[in-house]
Design a protein. Structure first.
Length: 131
């Protein structure tokens, strides 16, 4: 007796091709989710820095110092704060660029990413105005 397995082999190969295709789609979806989640988390970090450190520093830093030593320390703290602000501005620019790139890559998330970019940009503009 000779068995003809060609039809079974064909079915198995088609099933494996479909399975591999599904795996690739799941991998692509996971990568998309990772990129969007990283963008969202980075944007949240900047927002938290502005709200919890940046604004409070500005609110507390109204003194000019009662002595030269105190004024020098305040000036040093302010210089360090300005350095951190420059890093923040740079990070926001990178985030906005990444957001733009993500909206072109993933059209279905355009409004979600766009809203996050607008919120971040608005917070930065308001913060710079207060600075």
């Amino acid at each position: 007796i000779q068995l003809d397995m060609s039809s079974s082999v064909e079915i198995i190969c088609e099933a494996l091709d479909e399975l591999l295709s599904l795996r690739d789609r799941v991998r692509d979806c996971a990568e998309t989710s990772r990129k969007i989640a990283a963008f969202y988390l980075d944007a949240e970090k900047v927002s938290k820095w502005i709200n919890k450190l940046g604004r409070p520093f500005l609110d507390k830093s109204t003194s000019i110092g009662k002595s030269q030593e105190r004024a020098t320390k305040l000036l040093e703290r302010h210089a360090e704060f300005e350095r951190v602000c420059q890093n923040t501005y740079s990070n926001v620019e990178k985030l906005l660029s990444t957001g733009h790139s993500l909206t072109t890559q993933f059209e279905q998330y355009h409004s979600f990413i766009g809203n996050k970019c607008q919120t971040l940009k608005g917070k930065l503009i308001l913060f710079v105005k207060n600075l």
